[in-house]
Design a protein around this ligand. Structure first.
Ligand code: MN
Length: 256
């Protein structure tokens, strides 16, 4: 049986004088390790392509990266917020809308969690250090796989069930976070300073889970939490693949 395909979003960035598509390899490795075949896509111009793509795959991973343009949630840009990436914002917002329409499983990581929240009607904290009193440095500059702060997970949530834990520790590489959660997004975890660290869809049976930390950097650690998160996503992806009956492409012979 063939392994299911999942889209993982890449960004574009000027590197050595040329605009290039870029994705941290840790996402690819974590998804392959969970038994999936990841397909990295840089932003496309035509939002209709998001629908076409989502119809051909069985999962979507929204990766980390730039700050979302605050105009997408009706705010002016804070001085500490980064220069927006309009093409990436538009493309990923279109992907979330398409994924929701198709009930495609979504794993949303860091910026991806913020995109998911904004796409569903929520808002963001634009700069934690200037907007939230805390002793935690959420933009830790150390090793990306270092667990630097605690997270309390809400009992009874999907996240608590799949982790098998309500108290974990995570890495942290963000200066923004969810402010108001979207109406169909339930907050399921907070850092010990109150910053929202996870949320999940309560929109019917749609499996969409967002985390503010970087589980893809932690799948090799002694604790099983982050491997369990990717494994739970892979289970949903396989279930979607079994549920969706795709019409064979014209001209392709189908074994009887
Ligand atoms: Mn954090």
């Amino acid at each position: 049986m063939s392994r299911p395909l999942v889209v993982v979003t890449a960004t574009t960035e000027i590197i050595r004088g040329a605009l290039r598509a870029r994705l941290n390899a840790a996402y690819v490795e974590a998804l392959e390790g969970a038994g999936l075949v990841p397909l990295a896509t840089a932003p496309l111009v035509d939002p209709a392509a998001a629908v076409e793509l989502v119809q051909r795959v069985d999962g979507l991973v929204l990766s980390g990266g730039e700050d979302v343009d605050p105009r997408h949630y009706g705010s002016a840009r804070h001085p500490a917020a980064q220069e927006p990436h309009p093409a990436r914002d538009s493309w990923e917002l279109a992907l979330v809308a398409a994924a929701r329409a198709q009930q495609l499983p979504v794993l949303a990581i860091c910026r991806g969690f913020q995109v998911l929240n904004v796409a569903l009607g929520g808002t963001l904290v634009q700069d934690i250090p200037s907007e939230h009193e805390t002793s935690i440095n959420h933009a830790a500059s150390g090793r990306r796989n270092e667990r630097v702060h605690g997270v309390d997970v809400q009992p009874g949530s999907r996240l608590a069930a799949l982790l098998g834990a309500t108290s974990i520790a995570v890495n942290s590489s963000h200066h923004q976070s969810i402010a108001n959660a979207a109406p169909t997004l339930r907050v399921t975890a907070r850092a010990t300073d109150g910053i929202i660290e996870s949320g999940e869809s309560v929109d019917g049976g749609w499996w969409a889970v967002g985390v503010q930390w970087h589980p893809e950097e932690l799948v090799g650690s002694a604790e099983s939490w982050d491997r369990d998160l990717f494994a739970a996503f892979a289970t949903q992806v396989r279930s979607h693949a079994n549920r969706v009956c795709r019409v064979p492409r014209p001209g392709r012979r189908v074994a009887s």
